[in-house]
Design a protein around this ligand. Structure first.
Ligand code: AP5
Length: 190
């Protein structure tokens, strides 16, 4: 039987990696196995090998065409992976030239997800998480700009549903309520 393909998105700092990791662990304890695939890591491996960037946060500043070529490379590789997969990626990426769709039509055609999940949180909570995460080169932006980005992600996720027939689920990852987010996500992955 074909596995489930779940795309999980969220603006940087919303905590999607934390939600994904805990959900995978919870489901593994119930013998439900998901492979966790980072779309950004596939892009980064190609970008680094081509000497385009030194760290993953620099990819957002590459030209639109370079980012699109990296997306294509990543989606073609990921499409070959079978079984239950979670693809950790972005509904849209904030670039100097504006919002770049994370899942343009040719990427969706490769991936054909069953569900697209948007992990969301209040703008001020995301801002605080970005400031306290010293391991990354997070974009400096205000709460309003984060709100605009989350709104754009809802709009673009609707178009992904129209193109593929997938469902769209919002998962709230509020401060100190990670277990609630994990339960909400696990419920649709079982
Ligand atoms: P990616 O690797 O996805 O990086 P990211 O967006 O920065 O996301 P993270 O994986 O770091 O997760 P996160 O910040 O949401 O959450 P975390 O769990 O760390 O992408 C890298 C790059 O690849 C992108 O910038 C882009 O250039 C490129 N890319 C990827 N996909 C692409 C695509 N489709 N098209 C084009 N480019 C693409 O949490 C953050 C912090 O919050 C942590 O400190 C955590 O402890 C804390 N936290 C989490 N949850 C809670 C909670 N409930 N309460 C309190 N604190 C919390």
């Amino acid at each position: 039987m074909a596995g489930k393909k779940v795309i999980i998105t969220g603006v940087p700092g919303v905590g999607k990696t934390s939600v994904i990791n805990e959900t995978i662990e919870k489901l593994a304890n119930e013998n439900i196995l998901y492979l966790n695939i980072s779309f950004g890591s596939f892009m980064f491996d190609v970008a680094k090998a081509s000497n385009l960037v030194q760290n993953r946060d620099e990819m957002r500043s590459l030209s639109k065409d370079q980012q699109k070529a990296l997306q294509r490379e990543a989606s073609q590789q990921i499409a070959k992976i079978e079984g239950n997969v979670i693809i950790d990626t972005h509904a849209s990426v904030k670039t100097p030239a504006g919002f770049l769709p994370g899942l343009p039509e040719w990427v969706l055609r490769d991936l054909m997800p069953d569900i697209v999940v948007l992990v969301e949180a209040d703008d001020d909570q995301i801002l605080r998480r970005r400031f306290s995460d010293e391991s990354r080169l997070r974009d400096i932006e205000g709460a309003r700009s984060i709100r605009d980005h989350q709104q754009f992600n809802r709009a673009v996720a609707a178009s992904y549903a129209m193109l593929t027939g997938c469902t769209v689920l919002y998962v709230e990852n509020a401060d100190f309520l990670l277990t609630h987010s994990v339960e909400a996500l696990a419920a649709v992955l079982r």
